[in-house]
Design a protein around this ligand. Structure first.
Ligand SMILES: Cc1cc2nc3c(=O)[nH]c(=O)nc-3n(C[C@H](O)[C@H](O)[C@H](O)COP(=O)(O)O)c2cc1C
Length: 248
C-alpha cells in the first residue's frame, strides 16, 4: 500500500509502466471506433446557433496533423515566437505573500510551472543543429548536445519516419516534484493537462505563421529522456510537438 501522503510513488508507477502499448489489433481497429455519447436520459434537446466564427475559428479548422515536412530553414525569430506561445513569460505577477513570479502564456496549477521545454533543432537560421533547453526567464536557448544526439533522439519517436524536414521538436519535460510536492498524486494529472495547454498554443502559433505541426505522445520514454540528459525518474518528457513547413 502506498502511504496517502506520498506525493509521487503512485503516479511514478503508472508513468514508468506506460511506455507505448504495442497492441497490433487495437491499432488496426481503433481508427474505426468513433464513438459518441447519446445522453439517453436527456429531458430536452436544444439546437444551437451555427458558430459565428471569430479570429480563431479558421485556425481551429485549419489545424491538421502533418506527417510530411518540407526541407526549409526556420527563421530564428519564428522559433522565438513559437517558444513565447508555448511557454513564454508574459508578465510579472506580485504575490500576496510578497515577492513575485513570472506569469506564462499558459495556465499552471498553483503557478508552479512544472514543465520545461527542450528542443531538437535542425535547420534553424543562425543556430547549429542540436538539442537545446529553453530558459524562459531570459527568453534564451542553451545548447546542450550536438547534432548527432538530435538524430538519436528523433529515433525514439514512433513517427520518426515522418519527421524528415521538421525543424523543431518541442519536448515538454516534466519536473514532477515541482507540482506534486503540493498536489500529490493528482498533480500528475495537472502536469499532463498543462502540457496540453502549451502544445495547443504551439499548434495555433505555428498555424498563424503558416507552419505545420504533429503532436506526438508515441515515443520511447527511456531513450528520449536519456538523449535529453534528464534525471529519471524525477524528470521526463510527457508530450512532444514537431513543427516545420508542410510539404506542398
Ligand atoms: C495526446 C496525443 C498524442 C498523439 N500522438 C501521436 C503520435 O505519437 N504519432 C502521430 O502520428 N500522431 C499523434 N497524434 C496526432 C493524432 O493522431 C491526430 O491529432 C488525430 O489523428 C486527429 O487528426 P488531426 O490532428 O489532423 O486533426 C497525437 C495526438 C494527441 C492529442
Amino acid at each position: 500500500m502506498i502511504p496517502v501522503d506520498d506525493p509521487v510513488s503512485l503516479s511514478r508507477l503508472f508513468h514508468l509502466n506506460s511506455e507505448p502499448w504495442l497492441n497490433e489489433q487495437a491499432y488496426r481497429e481503433a481508427p474505426f471506433l468513433h464513438e459518441y455519447m447519446d445522453h439517453a436520459g436527456a429531458s430536452a434537446r436544444v439546437e444551437l446557433p451555427a458558430p459565428a466564427g471569430g479570429a480563431l475559428a479558421s485556425m481551429f479548422a485549419g489545424r491538421q496533423s502533418t506527417r510530411a515536412f518540407a526541407s526549409w530553414t526556420m527563421p530564428l525569430a519564428t522559433l522565438s515566437e513559437l517558444l513565447f506561445a508555448a511557454h513564454g513569460v508574459v508578465g510579472i505577477m506580485p504575490m500576496e505573500t510578497g515577492g513575485a513570479y513570472l506569469r506564462r502564456s499558459v495556465p499552471s496549477a498553483g503557478a508552479l510551472y512544472p514543465l520545461e521545454i527542450f528542443l531538437l533543432l535542425r535547420n534553424v537560421e543562425g543556430l547549429e543543429d542540436g538539442i537545446y533547453g529553453f530558459d524562459p526567464r531570459s527568453h534564451a536557448l542553451d545548447r546542450l548536445f550536438p547534432r548527432a544526439r538530435v538524430e538519436q533522439a528523433l529515433g525514439a519517436f514512433y513517427t520518426a519516419p515522418f519527421l524528415g524536414g521538421a525543424n523543431a521538436v518541442f519536448c515538454h519535460v516534466a519536473v514532477f516534484g515541482r507540482c506534486q510536492k503540493k498536489y500529490g498524486p493528482r498533480g500528475y494529472r495537472y502536469i499532463l493537462l498543462e502540457a496540453g495547454h502549451s502544445a495547443q498554443n504551439l499548434c495555433l502559433g505555428a498555424q498563424e505563421r503558416g507552419l505545420a505541426t504533429l503532436c506526438m505522445g508515441g515515443f520511447k520514454d527511456s531513450t528520449l529522456n536519456k538523449c535529453l540528459g534528464l534525471r529519471e525518474p524525477d524528470e521526463g518528457v510527457v508530450y512532444s510537438v514537431a513543427v516545420g513547413m508542410a510539404e506542398r
